[in-house]
Ligand binder design. Structure first.
Ligand code: GLN
Length: 484
């Protein structure tokens, strides 16, 4: 029999329904896998085995009485950015030391209402700032993949590196993640997993630790396109507690997965062919174009002329919002408090000890670009670039239903190889950031491996609320890649 941890969510749902195994057995199999592998991978910062077994037991009871929800008994990992009631939530920052929220995020509450089981909290870059999971207070996460013929450890991408590594290493069936500039799609691409950043507002931000509120969006990482569709269907909702939440019914994403791309026009953005992109990634991208064409899509070259300005604009807008969001961590209300001789020095000492280097860098940049005298030159300009980016996408989507590009400019890299040069690290998100600025959805799907045997992801992008079409397109690529 296949190992329980190897099943997809779709297969596990069937197996549970047929009573081939119980939710408790499924949870136990994953807890055992975590026990074996987590010390090497560091994907979980807090496994919650007791909670997992209690939730699985409740799932088994509901399966018995015919009250099973759509994700009944499915064991998931939760990025440490999501507030989980009674379970430590720190955004992997020392400043939230020991913080145990008295409330549950809307996204995780939706998952539990659908019957899912929580295995624990997953590692991430501190406050989701990073592309390699090297900024976490709890230390880096190790990608389960290795280069052919090498034992060098590689990064799992970031900021959702715990989510991507845990899913790839079968330490959960799926995971929650967040994407402010690429943190779902980039880690998915470099671990051979599927990740979708939905339309801004499709998943509620309520109870998710805020990084850059106009860009932050939650979404799932899983091993198949169908599994991400099932997860997103449960995570998404309209939420009156988040005023930017999309007030529209959640479509049946799983039903859209097999719809194909016949008759759709897929645009190929010329500007995504940037200097410095690995040739093997470019080659697979072209192969993706050929497959979509073979599946009945029309292919059309389109232009996104402001692509090269999106990255600098993001690195003004995101730190600006972060500097404001992170002002709340003052040692008074949450987590860490360092002593001081008066209240000001207590604030200073707490923030000095509590925040890591990258977070401090963002706060400094953000405060600078918002300060009087610089506001118009930086923040104002960045907002204009953001508007131009939105306009360019709008024009492209007049000509094409979806766009196809690479997810990342390179495959998984080695620890420390980009930490000394923040620009090199920031460039990891050059293809993912534009759709954060526009608030539009995009999915990364594994599409073959490069020379070193490492996974490569391609990205399908679409206009607002086109998730169903993205799932259908991604499924065509998944089949072409040999995963029927
Ligand atoms: N790597 C980008 C950053 O560091 C994106 C992070 C994210 O999407 N959370 O800001």
């Amino acid at each position: 029999m296949t190992e329980l941890t190897d099943l997809s969510i779709a297969e596990a749902r069937e197996g549970l329904k047929r009573k081939d195994f119980s939710a408790t057995e499924l949870a136990r199999a994953h807890l055992a896998a975590i026990e074996v592998a987590n010390s090497a991978l560091n994907a979980y910062v807090l496994p919650t085995p007791e909670r997992a077994l209690a939730m699985a037991k409740a799932s088994d009871a509901r399966i018995m009485t015919g009250e099973a929800g759509p994700l009944e008994g499915i064991p998931l990992g939760i990025k440490d950015l999501f507030a989980t009631k009674g379970v430590r939530t720190t955004a992997c920052s020392h400043i939230l030391h020991g913080f145990t929220p008295p409330y549950e995020s809307t996204v995780t509450a939706n998952l539990w209402a659908a019957g899912a089981v929580m295995l624990g909290k997953l590692n991430n870059d501190e406050f989701a700032m990073g592309s390699s999971n090297e900024t976490s207070f709890y230390g880096p996460v190790v990608n389960p993949w290795r280069r052919k013929g090498s034992s060098a450890q590689l990064v799992p991408g970031g900021s959702s590196g715990g989510s991507s590594a845990a899913v790839a290493a079968r330490l959960c069936m799926g995971a929650t993640a967040t994407d402010t500039g690429g943190s779902i799609r980039q880690p998915a691409a470099v671990t051979g997993t599927v990740g979708i950043k939905p339309t801004y507002g499709r998943c509620s931000r309520w109870g998710i630790v805020a990084f850059a509120s106009s860009l932050d969006q939650a979404g799932p990482i899983a091993r198949t396109v169908r599994d991400t569709a099932l997860l997103l269907g449960a995570m998404a909702s309209h939420d009156p507690k988040d005023t930017t939440s999309v007030d529209a019914p959640v479509p049946d994403y799983a039903a859209a997965v097999d719809k194909g791309v016949k008759g759709l026009t897929v645009g190929i953005p010329a500007e995504y062919r940037v200097a410095g992109m690995a040739p093997e990634i470019e080659a697979l991208w072209q192969q993706g174009v050929a497959w979509l064409k073979a599946a009945g899509a029309k292919i059309k070259e389109v232009n996104l002329p402001h692509t090269k300005y999106a990255l600098p604009a993001y690195y003004i807008v995101a730190p600006a919002e972060a500097s404001s969001n992170l002002a709340r961590y003052d040692g008074v209300r949450y987590g860490l408090r360092e002593k001081g001789h008066d209240v000001t020095s207590m604030y200073e000492n707490t923030r000095r000890e509590g925040f890591g280097q990258e977070v401090k860098r963002r706060i400094l940049i953000g405060t600078y670009v918002l300060s009087a005298g610089y506001y118009d030159a930086y923040y104002g300009q960045a907002l204009k670039v953001r508007t131009l980016t939105i306009d360019a996408f709008r024009r492209a989507y007049r000509e094409a239903d979806l766009l196809l590009g690479a997810t990342t400019p390179s495959v998984a890299f080695e620890f420390g190889s980009k930490t000394a040069d923040p620009m090199a690290m920031y460039l990891s998100d050059v293809f993912t950031i534009p759709s954060n600025l526009s608030g539009e959805p995009a999915i990364s799907v594994p599409f073959g491996t490069g020379e070193a045997g490492l996974p490569i992801g391609v990205q399908l992008l679409g206009p607002g609320r086109s998730e169903a079409q993205l799932f259908a397109g991604a499924r065509v690529l998944e089949i072409a890649d040999g995963r029927p």
